[in-house]
Design a protein. Structure first.
Length: 91
């Protein structure tokens, strides 16, 4: 995070889609961002609604990157723990 510059890919579009959802729109054909219509399931909207809240309406990009880094580390730790428990490494 500290060494690689932030590259905008879809964050703005995700925040636009979440904004539509939080504004009360429930028709998927009407929820869209700058990259087009929403194509992700409802769980995406719930998770990214929380991220939007935690990042001051999507403005605090470094905080969002830190949250994703933490989620990645937790996921990796869980996977490595399972490998250890099973005494198995996939080939």
């Amino acid at each position: 995070i500290a060494k690689v510059n932030y590259t905008e890919i879809d964050w703005v579009a995700y925040m636009e889609e979440v904004e539509g959802f939080l504004s009360g729109e429930r028709n998927y054909t009407k929820i869209e961002g700058c990259t087009g219509p929403l194509v992700y399931p409802a769980g995406f909207l719930y998770v990214f609604s929380v991220l939007r809240y935690l990042t001051s309406n999507g403005k605090k990009i470094l905080r969002a990157q830190s949250i994703f880094a933490l989620l990645y580390a937790v996921n990796l730790s869980c996977v490595l723990y399972l490998y250890k428990v099973e005494n198995s490494v996939p080939l």
